[in-house]
Design a binder for this molecule. Sequence first.
Ligand SMILES: N=c1c2ncn([C@@H]3O[C@H](COP(=O)(O)OP(=O)(O)OP(=O)(O)O)[C@@H](O)[C@H]3O)c2ncn1[C@@H]1O[C@H](COP(=O)(O)O)[C@@H](O)[C@H]1O
Length: 194
Amino acid sequence: MPKKPTKTATIPPEAAPAKMKTGKTKAETVKIAKAKAVKAKSAKAKASNAKSLKAKAGGKVKAAPRFAPVPPLDPDAPDARVMDRLWSTIIARKNADPLISHSARLLSRGVNKVAQKFGEESVECLIEAVAGNHEALIAESADVLYHLLVMWVAVGLRPEDVWSELKRREGISGIAEKSARPVMLSIAETRKIP
Ligand SMILES: N=c1c2ncn([C@@H]3O[C@H](COP(=O)(O)OP(=O)(O)OP(=O)(O)O)[C@@H](O)[C@H]3O)c2ncn1[C@@H]1O[C@H](COP(=O)(O)O)[C@@H](O)[C@H]1O
């Protein structure tokens, strides 16, 4: 069978856009020139803005603070050391009478029950947070921390184990830490809110 001639689209020379010496069409050259002019204008504006800022700051350009100022803590208010004291109280209750100590009662029921209580208190805490109930959130937060400490006692964790871990993380941005995680972890399927 004779081969069918293949059709090729040919543009008549008069319809093709005229090429400049650079190999670009006139329209392309004008477009590039316009983009260059806009870039140069914005660089000039930036430089002049920086110059006027420098003049306003008396010759010194101050970098904007990266984080909000920290409200000072009340030196006379109770602080987080209450957590250490509470842990000591709870561990001292470990073998106490469950009829006179709530901690002893919880601990006597085993780690599963303790963990379940911690989970319940956490949910109650987040409900108050979402509802915006400030006072109730304070009370629920205290419940969460108490039950967290009971859980530490139940599994044999000491507060300093956790404080050390927090100290180790000090100054390490969560953003930087997350991006340094192995790729397999970051692409693992999760339903967590990012
Ligand atoms: N911080 C707390 C603390 N916070 C909450 N709770 C108790 O936790 C209990 C939570 O009540 P829930 O009804 O939610 O739970 P539940 O009574 O176990 O009910 P179930 O789920 O078992 O049915 C209440 O009895 C609270 O009083 C606490 N109990 C004790 N402490 C501290 O622990 C110390 C030692 O307490 P005792 O172990 O009781 O001597 C105390 O001096 C406090 O400093």
